[in-house]
Design a protein around this ligand. Sequence first.
Ligand code: FE2
Ligand code: FE2
Length: 329
Amino acid sequence: MREPGGGVVSIPELRPGETVEGFFAVMIKDLRPFRDPGKGAYLHLKLRNRTGFIEARVWDRAEELAEVFEEGDPLWVTAEVNNYRGTNQLIVGDLAAVDPAEVTPEHFLPESPRPLEVMEGELWAAIEALPRGPVSRLLVEIFGNPEFYQAYTRAPAAKRVHHAYLSGLLEHSLEVLTVLTGGSPGGDRLDMEILTAGALLHDVGKIEEYEYRVDIDYSPRGRLIGHIALGYRMVDRWIAAFPDFPGDRATHLGHLLLSHHGEHAYGAPVLPQTAEAVALHHADILSGKVGQALAIGDGIEPGAWSDYDRLLGRYMWSPPRPGDAEPEG
Ligand SMILES: [Fe+2]
Ligand SMILES: [Fe+2]
């Protein structure tokens, strides 16, 4: 089905022997000589779609087909599934370049496990729960901008590690907000108006920090400036368009953005210096760390151990689900 949103084969469900066709993006393209030089070369590929990654081989017409595409390009691939040493791979019969206008990031990148409509509902409910005033007016203005709204609700929160999928930024921001509104220490002594804005906007610079088409990567501006400075600049500009926005609240919101990484070593230009900033920083850590653990757990069977995770400096265990428990006896 070569139609919008169609053409995505479920990689985990492939069965050896079946023939499949669909959109795949090329992560690795390597033209390698056969051992017998008279036979020319074959293509060694790593492909992805939104359901995962798979290796592929092109045995026939490899040199001719290699001319058609580069790494990072989307392709329409027809292939047979082959099991090689216990792992499925695709033996490509044919492939064709695809007009980039024909595909969207949704073909190639995984999405948040939470339904987008549910998260959008939570976002607007949080904004509407605020007392009418400059902060709520600012948020309505920001999130009411269609172009910004589209970018904010689709952006990933990371390249890898946590919430590294479409709508990950929205999911992560709502998690941070939920931690703060759902019984944070400090309770109603915290300024929930400015904290709501801080939770929703603390990582807003990630909209510019990442590029995502067939893969998630840093944009040049993201690498050179980073999401803290990018986000502060965005929020500062929005506030400047509200001449009557109270100066102390503008400063506090700016402080929440600039201090949310908590320590200079983690990129914060200033340390959290209000109770709200301390709360936001820890809520951000909680969402990020749990997201990181869940992402590792997603890759392993219940009851199994992960590979050694260098970022965490440990192995992670996936506990058996309650239904998998050993029978009593
Ligand atoms: Fe951040
Ligand atoms: Fe964050």
